[in-house]
Design a binder for this molecule. Structure first.
Ligand SMILES: [Fe+2]
Length: 184
């Protein structure tokens, strides 16, 4: 089964979320081509990124135990799906950077590679995202990936702050890429 087939197999149960993932795939592919990243592998990473998002916590825990990474059970649960999907990604012939992109797409991290930035950004700006800044970020992303990535982090930092979602993982990303904002 290809990654795309596996995605559609799982998502027949969640048809309302297919446009989101297809939007991420389209934008991730487009930004990969523009920025010298393998667009085919980027598309595969997009199909994988939310593959396990609707599995219960116990399912993730069992996978982490079975895969020899029980410490991942201590992650904030909203991050489980990126980590579990990265274990599935490792079953396919993907370069490590695309596996890392899947793993870190929810919060990012310090020192991200271009493919990691592209997946995280595409996830937040694909056209079915309803918030008004998404359109501005898409415009910016078409000509300046780095600027769009930082502008997205500014937006997310505000959201995470007001919604009590700051944690050690996303804080690392903000402190690395937008230290001036974190110091405010
Ligand atoms: Fe997503």
């Amino acid at each position: 089964m290809t990654i795309q087939e596996r995605f559609y197999d799982v998502y027949t149960a969640f048809p309302g979320r297919i446009p989101h993932v297809e939007g991420v795939k389209t934008w991730a592919e487009f930004l990969a081509e523009k920025n010298g990243v393998d667009a085919d592998q980027m598309a595969q990473a997009a199909y994988l990124h939310d593959l396990t998002k609707y599995e219960p916590d116990g399912w993730h825990h069992a996978l982490f135990d079975k895969s020899g990474v029980p410490a991942w059970k201590a992650l904030p649960p909203f991050m489980y799906h990126g980590y579990s999907a990265s274990l599935i990604a490792a079953e396919y012939e993907l370069d490590q950077v695309f596996i890392d992109a899947v793993k870190h797409h929810t919060t990012g991290r310090a020192n991200m590679q271009t493919a990691e930035k592209i997946l995280m950004l595409a996830d937040k700006i694909e056209p079915s995202r309803p918030y008004p800044e998404a359109a501005t970020l898409r415009d910016l992303a078409t000509h300046d990936l780095e600027a769009a990535f930082k502008a997205m982090l500014h937006h997310l930092y505000g959201f995470d702050q007001t919604h009590g979602r700051l944690n050690a993982y996303n804080y690392e990303t903000y402190a690395f890429y937008i230290p001036e904002r974190v110091a405010e």
